[in-house]
Design a protein around this ligand. Structure first.
Ligand code: GLY
Length: 587
C-alpha cells in the first residue's frame, strides 16, 4: 500500500513538472492575443478566411482603435515586426507619429517650466499620425486578403457600437476633464449625468461612432490617400488649427513610414528580434537579458530576492542609457553597436553590487547631463503616485498556421490621446508629443526622464518604449517561439523582459508568464515598483534591506503573447488577466 502511495506521489510530481508545457489550451492552427475580445475575434475571422498573420493583426489594429479608443486608433501610430516563415526574414515597420514642421524645442516651456497639460491634453499635444499609413502598408505588402474584408470588422464595430466596460469607465474617468474640453469627444465618449454634465457612461452604454464608420469605409475603398491629402486630412487640420495647434496639410502630405533592421539579441540560446530606436524599449530588452545571462549563467530563480536585485539593478542602468543616448536615430547618433556589444553588457553587469542597491543619482545626476537648463530639479507636473496602469497603448500578437508572426504595438499615447476628435471624421487624435522631452531631464506623463537626444524638432519621432518582440526556438533561429508585447509606457520593456524570463528561465506556460506579478525600475524616480501580485512580504523586506525603496502599484501592463511549442508546433495564446483582452486560436 505504502509503495503504491509512493508511486502515485511520483506520478503526480512528474505531472506537475510536465504541466507547464500544456497548461493552457493548445491550438493546432493560428493563434492571436489582443486587449479586446472584438479585436481578437476580428483577427481570428481573418485567419479563418485564409488570411495570414498580417491580415489578422491589421484587422485587430483597426478594430481596437474603434472599441478601445482610450489606447489606440487611426489618429495614433506604432511599430510592427513581421516575420515571414517561408523566407525566415523579419521586417520592422515604424509608423510612429512625427512632430509637425512648426514644432519647436521649447514649445511646452514657459518661464523655464513645463506648462502642465500642454503636451498631453488638446490640440497642442497632437503629432502627425502614422497608424493609417502603417496598417495599410503592412496589409498591402504582406497581407493576402482585400482591404475591404480586413477593415469590415472595424467598420461594423464603429457603426453598431461597443458596450462600455469597467476598463472603459476607468479610462474615461481618468480623462473626463480632458474629454469635456472637446465637443466631439464629449458627444462620442461621455454621457450626461444627473446634473446634466458630461460624464463617464454607465456600464453597458453603447458607444456608436457613425463618422468613424464612414471614415473607415473611405479608407477601405480608397486606401490611405484621403487621410493624408484628402478631405479627412483637411478636417484634422481644421480642428487642430481652430484650437491653436500646429498640424498642417503639408505635415500630413509629407508623412512617411520608415523601415528598420530589427534589433537582435539573444537569451540563453534563443535569438531575439525586437524594436530598435526610435524605441528605447528593444534596447532595454536586449541589454537587460544580456546582463542577466552573464550574472546568472544557470538561469534566474523565480522571485529569489538576490536575483530580483540583479534584475532591478540591470534595469536601472539601461534606463540611464536611455536618458543619455536615445532619441530618433534620424536626428541623433546613437552608439548602438557599443550599447549592444558583449563587452559593454559585461561591464554593465559587472558594475552591479550584488549586496546593495546603487542610488540612481550616483549613476547620472538628475537633470544634469540630460541637457536640462532647469534650475529647480523639482519642477515637474508628474504625480509619482498616479497609477501606471492608466497610461495606455496596446499590443497585438499573432502566429498563423504557417508560422508567420506579427508583433504590433500601437498607441494614441495617454488615455484617449489628446481627447480631440477631428470634426466630422470620428478620428481621435494622439498626444504623442508628450513622449518627447518637453524639457530634457523633466519627467513626462509616465514619470519618465529623457534627455537632449529626445528634445523636440520638426519632423522628429518622439522616443518610445514600445517593444514588440519575437523570441525564436533554441534549435531553429528562424522559427518563432514567442510573440510578445505590452502597453504601459515606461514599464513596457520590463513587462516584456519578465514574460520572456518566466518562459525561458522557469519553463512557465505562457498564460502564467503573462499573469505573474511584476517588478519595475526606470532609474528615476529611484523606486522599485511592485505590482499588486508582485512579491511576498519577505521578498519585499529582503529587497528593502538591500536599499531598494519599494512602491506598491495596483497593476500595470497588458501583455499579449502567443507561444508556439517548437517541438509540436501547437500554439498557446495568453491575454493579460489584468485587463479585458482575449486570446483565441484555430483548432
Ligand atoms: N506612447 C508610449 C510609448 O510610445 O512608449
Amino acid at each position: 500500500m505504502r509503495t503504491h502511495q509512493n508511486w502515485w506521489g511520483v506520478a503526480v510530481a512528474a505531472l506537475v513538472v510536465a504541466w507547464p508545457a500544456w497548461a493552457a489550451r493548445p491550438y493546432r492552427g493560428g493563434a492571436v492575443a489582443t486587449a479586446h475580445p472584438e479585436a481578437s475575434e476580428a483577427a481570428l475571422r481573418m485567419l479563418d478566411k485564409g488570411g495570414n498573420a498580417v491580415d489578422a493583426a491589421v484587422a485587430a489594429a483597426f478594430t481596437l482603435g474603434v472599441v478601445a479608443p482610450y489606447h489606440s486608433g487611426i489618429g495614433g501610430g506604432g511599430f510592427a515586426l513581421v516575420h515571414e516563415a517561408k523566407t525566415g526574414g523579419t521586417r520592422v515597420l515604424d509608423f510612429r507619429e512625427v512632430a509637425p514642421a512648426a514644432a519647436t524645442r521649447d514649445m511646452y516651456v514657459k518661464d523655464g517650466k513645463v506648462v502642465p497639460g500642454l503636451s498631453t491634453d488638446g490640440v497642442t499635444s497632437v503629432a502627425v499620425p502614422g497608424a493609417v499609413a502603417g496598417y495599410l502598408e503592412l496589409l498591402e505588402k504582406h497581407g493576402k486578403l482585400p482591404r475591404a474584408v480586413v477593415l469590415q470588422p472595424a467598420i461594423d464595430a464603429a457603426r453598431n457600437g461597443f458596450w462600455v466596460s469597467p476598463k472603459y469607465q476607468a479610462m474615461a474617468a481618468m480623462r473626463r476633464d480632458c474629454l469635456r474640453q472637446d465637443p466631439e469627444a464629449t458627444r462620442l465618449f461621455l454621457t450626461k449625468n444627473d446634473k446634466g454634465e458630461p460624464d463617464v457612461p454607465p456600464i453597458g452604454h453603447l458607444v456608436r461612432q457613425p463618422e468613424l464608420a464612414r471614415t473607415l469605409q473611405t479608407l477601405a475603398k480608397n486606401g490611405p490617400k484621403p487621410f493624408y491629402s484628402g478631405p479627412l486630412a483637411q478636417a484634422m487640420v481644421d480642428t487642430v488649427k481652430a484650437g491653436g495647434g500646429l498640424l498642417s496639410l503639408e505635415d500630413l502630405k509629407a508623412y512617411k513610414t520608415r523601415t528598420h533592421e530589427p534589433l537582435e539579441g539573444s537569451y540563453r540560446g534563443h535569438r531575439i528580434l525586437t524594436m530598435p530606436p526610435p524605441s528605447a524599449g528593444g534596447l532595454a530588452v536586449v541589454q537587460v537579458l544580456g546582463a542577466l545571462e552573464r550574472l546568472r549563467p544557470k538561469g534566474m530563480s523565480y522571485r529569489d530576492p538576490e536575483d530580483l536585485h540583479l534584475y532591478a539593478e540591470a534595469v536601472r542602468r539601461v534606463y540611464v542609457d536611455r536618458v543619455k543616448y536615445l532619441g530618433d536615430p534620424a536626428f541623433v547618433k546613437i552608439p548602438m553597436e557599443r550599447l549592444t556589444s558583449s563587452g559593454y553588457i559585461a561591464d554593465l553587469a559587472g558594475s552591479i553590487d550584488p549586496k546593495k542597491a546603487t542610488p540612481s543619482a550616483s549613476l547620472l545626476a538628475p537633470r544634469e547631463n540630460a541637457g536640462s537648463t532647469l534650475k529647480n530639479p523639482t519642477d515637474t507636473w508628474y504625480d509619482p503616485a498616479s497609477a501606471p496602469e492608466k497610461k495606455n497603448t496596446t499590443h497585438i500578437s499573432v502566429i498563423d498556421k504557417d508560422g508567420n508572426a506579427v508583433a504590433l504595438t500601437t498607441t494614441v499615447n495617454y488615455g484617449f490621446g489628446s481627447c480631440v476628435v477631428a470634426k466630422g471624421t470620428g478620428v481621435l487624435l494622439n498626444d504623442e508629443m508628450d513622449d518627447f522631452a518637453a524639457l530634457p531631464g523633466v519627467p513626462n506623463a509616465y514619470g519618465l526622464v529623457t534627455g537632449e537626444a529626445n528634445s523636440i524638432a520638426p519632423g522628429k519621432v518622439p522616443l518610445s518604449s514600445m517593444s514588440p518582440t519575437l523570441v525564436f526556438a533554441k534549435d531553429d533561429p528562424k522559427k518563432v517561439m514567442l510573440v510578445v508585447g505590452s502597453p504601459g509606457g515606461s514599464t513596457i520593456p520590463t513587462t516584456v523582459i519578465q514574460v520572456i524570463s518566466h518562459i525561458v528561465d522557469q519553463g512557465m506556460d505562457v498564460t502564467r508568464a503573462v499573469g505573474m506579478g511584476r517588478v519595475h525600475h526606470q532609474y528615476l524616480p529611484d523606486e522599485l515598483w511592485v505590482d499588486r501580485w508582485g512579491l511576498e512580504p519577505a521578498t519585499q523586506a529582503a529587497l528593502e534591506a538591500k536599499g531598494h525603496k519599494l512602491r506598491k502599484q495596483e497593476a500595470w501592463g497588458d501583455a499579449e503573447a502567443v507561444y508556439s511549442d517548437p517541438k509540436t508546433n501547437l500554439r498557446y495564446a495568453a491575454s493579460d488577466p489584468r485587463n479585458e483582452g482575449t486570446a483565441l486560436g484555430q483548432d
